[in-house]
Write a protein that binds this ligand. Structure first.
Ligand SMILES: *[C@@H]1O[C@H](CO)[C@@H](O)[C@H](O)[C@H]1NC(C)=O
Ligand SMILES: *[C@@H]1O[C@H](CO)[C@@H](O)[C@H](O)[C@H]1NC(C)=O
Ligand SMILES: *[C@@H]1O[C@H](CO)[C@@H](O)[C@H](O)[C@H]1NC(C)=O
Ligand SMILES: *[C@@H]1O[C@H](CO)[C@@H](O)[C@H](O)[C@H]1NC(C)=O
Length: 255
């Protein structure tokens, strides 16, 4: 398969430069690194913090998820007649507010973390621009698009290393994620692209119908990029927090 390129989410990257360190946000309950069930503690703490995350937190560079704006999202599977170039501009994602954290597995000793998340329904509304081939069909057009994913399950896995920083003679360590991996499943996908083929109604309707009848193949082609973009948002949120909150403050010796 040709390479997929996911453009970074401009809104997250445009955020202000972080301070050298900050305390844990007040709505996150810290878990002791000595807690024999640190995963269970983190799950409880994460679930409780969810409603605060959803509205965003500028101080910690967390965008509002209710809804989430995505300036640009791109699937680029190579150019030419066999490739597919799909761009979603001015995107808005509805449904992230209903994200549930199913499980957290934290192994501090081996510096390994896994999160399981479920989003029951995600609706991406955007201005799309597509050209190339999808499911062997030639496709070209631009206009309003709606991609709706049902039952999105995301597993985000990473290891972390440490970096230390010193301020006024005090040194703290910061967890730096590495080897991150994202797995996802979708139970159903719907797509509607308005104004395909320059507004040719018959061709547009036929193409939309074929895309939806073959949603499983479509989800394999386009779904992962969207799930990946959502996963990327989650990853950025975690990273933005751990960028400025030290390991000592996130996982204190005692709580
Ligand atoms: C897309 O967003 C830009 C910047 O917010 C805005 O200027 C433009 O009018 C929008 N385009 C459409 C088609 O909504
Ligand atoms: C759509 O993409 C093509 C190829 O990348 C580009 O030439 C065209 O200007 C784009 N159209 C719009 C409306 O953005
Ligand atoms: C987007 O598509 C979904 C699934 O077909 C549909 O339920 C929803 O109403 C659509 N949203 C808009 C704004 O048309
Ligand atoms: C996706 O589905 C497969 C097969 O049912 C399962 O093994 C895997 O754990 C699932 N992944 C996620 C992230 O839910």
């Amino acid at each position: 398969m040709a390479a997929r390129h996911l453009l970074p989410l401009a809104l997250l990257c445009a955020a202000a430069k972080a301070a050298i360190w900050m305390p844990l946000p007040s709505y996150i309950t810290p878990c002791s690194r000595n807690d024999p069930d640190v995963s269970g503690c983190a799950l409880k703490s994460g679930r409780a913090a969810m409603k605060d995350f959803i509205n965003g937190d500028r101080q910690y560079r967390i965008p509002s998820l209710n809804p989430l704006r995505i300036d640009k999202l791109a699937v680029d599977e190579g150019s030419g007649p066999l490739g597919l170039a799909f761009t979603a501009n001015n995107g808005t994602v509805y449904g992230l507010a209903d994200t549930s954290i199913d499980e957290v597995r934290i192994d501090l000793k081996n510096q390994h973390v896994e999160y399981d998340l479920t989003m029951p329904r995600l609706e991406l509304l955007c201005i799309y621009n597509v050209s190339g081939k999808v499911l062997l069909l030639p496709i070209v057009g631009n206009g309003p698009g709606n991609i709706t994913l049902i039952g999105v399950k995301i597993r985000y896995i990473y290891d972390f290393g440490f970096e230390s920083r010193t301020r006024n003679g005090e040194t703290k360590s910061f967890a730096i994620p590495k080897n991150s991996k994202l797995e996802y499943n979708v139970t159903r996908a719907y797509i509607h692209l308005d104004n395909l083929f320059n507004g040719d109604k018959l061709l547009g309707e036929t193409t939309n119908r074929v895309l939806n009848e073959n949603w499983q193949d479509l989800a394999k082609e386009v779904g992962p990029t969207i799930a990946e973009a959502i996963g990327e948002v989650m990853r950025q949120i975690l990273q933005n927090i751990f960028d400025v909150v030290s390991y000592e403050d996130a996982f204190p010796d005692k709580v």
